[in-house]
Design a protein around this ligand. Sequence first.
Ligand code: EPZ
Length: 426
Amino acid sequence: MLEIWGRQALKGEVRISGAKNSALAIMAGALLCPEDCRLRNLPSLADITRMGEILTALGVKIVRQGDILEIDGREIKRAQAPYEIVSQLRASFFVIGPLLARLGVAEVPLPGGCAIGARPVDLHVRGLQAMGAEVTIKHGMVEARVRGSRGRLKGTKVYLDYPSVGATETIMMAATLAQGETKIENAAQEPEVEDLANFCRQMGAKIEGAGTNTINIGGVERLHSVDYEIIPDRIEAGTFLVAGAITQSELSLWPVIPEHLAPAIAKLEEIGCKIVAEGPNRLRIIPNALKATDIETLPYPGFPTDMQAQFMALLAISEGNSVITETVFENRLRHFAELNRMGANIRVKGNNAIVEGVSILSGAPVMATDLRASCALVLAGLAAEGKTIVQGLHHLDRGYENLDGKLRQLGAKIQRLDNSYQLSRN
Ligand code: EPZ
């Protein structure tokens, strides 16, 4: 668990790691390539390690050296992803598209729900079925097989009822090796979708429109080796901007891609902070008195749901009343209760959280419920009077590379109290 002594000003600069949600999708995408791939700027996270275990379980050779991962997908020995790993990492479901595209068959356990919602995969399945896959779901296993000639998927037009990030990525990856053209309408526009598309294009895939709501993919026979650098993590960057705002400290962050942070920057400026560019990929936050504002989470380019918990912690000490509406996941406001234990004044009605700003939070022992909620509690601890103990670090270590170390290096009084789950850079 983490022990934090609050109201300590931070200062300096922090290096932002590679994007977790990009790396996870791209590691699955490497299965499309019958040669070796090199990925750079990979963060050291539990989720990334688990995705590596999935690839190994499929018989693919991987070698991790610091932030570089070599993947040799020459031969995929098995088409079954192991339940014990998929049940811990939902994103491992992303291997279903590449396995179908490469082998014409895939058996991937149905990923369970998690703290923030049921997390169905019906849009993934319907997209693959539209491309000619026969999919049966029984005993918690999704079994997919391509009907007809040579087991090859066929290009088609898919309209997504919801711009799901995962479903867009699954269909886009499967379509790279399908016969003919695939068009995805109402596609997710998240930067991680675009990063995955750029990775596939560098392997020789024909993809146009990634990052917009319509993506066109022309199927090819075969992809080739690539050496690819993952984009910086916009959610980690946004988290550190909030760390600056909530402790009233000036901080610099790099590398970042500023346009990926547009929603978070807009809201921080509404709250009263200034964000200045110190170079093409470097930002500095200059905080000021914090004022209430309203937030509604939406698919990109709307305000990201992955930043909602962090902003709830910030709005808890911003003057006035804020309303936070979570429209993406059905159960992602749970951190309000733990923040209230720290003296916040938040009421939840349905998918709305009404936050009445208080002048100060008080440190307390709190329990994290999911990845981003754990981060919100750390941020609240940095601002609170006295000591906060955050338990449930396994959530934190899934998504943040050395968050406590990076905060300590900025001057925060934060330390891990036991040898809880922490990745060492291998
Ligand atoms: C990705 O999850 C991210 N994870 C999530 O980040 C992120 O919160 C989410 O996108 C939204 O931006 C990874 O990229 C590994 P969705 P994903 O499919 O793909 C519903 C984090 O903290 N839906 O866009 O699962 C779903 O229930 C994680 O890093 C269906 O109904 O998100 C949800 O309500 C958390 N059917 C909504 O769409 C489907 O087949 C958005 O889900 C798929 C999704």
